[in-house]
Write a protein that binds this ligand. Structure first.
Ligand SMILES: [Ca+2]
Ligand SMILES: [Ca+2]
Length: 147
């Protein structure tokens, strides 16, 4: 191999290595850098129902854990949705991907107006993981006097 082409090969390899690091960095997050996947405003006393969905591109099993649930909010048991399920908020899943969902349900009480952040952590069987967060704003609901 000529000296010049060897140098070019090294540059190409270096650029490839750097771009792999970049792709890794943008596609996985820690809890602190979790991107906002869902943001919503609900009024006190009204019920919010949101499906938390996740897929593993390799078809691995995944465990979804929800952290910092507000008082009164619940998360259902994790299920595997029926084949063909997709979530328009997520990037298109490759063939062979395996989906998992949980259902978040919350009716904020009349003393819970404020801003809430819920963290969602998904870990696959080999141990790789990712985080997203949901931001929920609860607005005050005034109730008339009762007499
Ligand atoms: Ca995987
Ligand atoms: Ca209130």
């Amino acid at each position: 191999m000529k000296k010049g082409s060897k140098k070019l090969l090294l540059i190409v390899l270096a650029v490839f290595a750097m771009s792999s690091v970049f792709v890794f960095a943008v596609s996985r997050h820690t809890r602190i850098e979790a991107p906002v996947r869902f943001a919503v405003t609900v009024a006190e006393g009204t019920t919010l129902v949101k499906t938390i969905s996740c897929y593993d591109p390799d078809g691995d099993d995944v465990n979804i854990v929800v952290e910092d649930l507000p008082t009164g909010a619940t998360v259902s048991t994790q299920i595997e949705p029926t084949p063909g399920y997709t979530d328009p908020d997520l990037p298109a899943a490759p063939t062979g991907a395996k989906w998992f969902t949980r259902e978040l349900t919350w009716t904020p009480s009349f003393s819970q107006a404020g801003d809430y952040t819920i963290y969602i952590h998904a870990t696959d069987t080999p141990g790789d993981d990712d985080w997203v967060k949901y931001e929920i704003t609860v607005t005050n609901t005034n109730r008339p006097p009762v007499l």
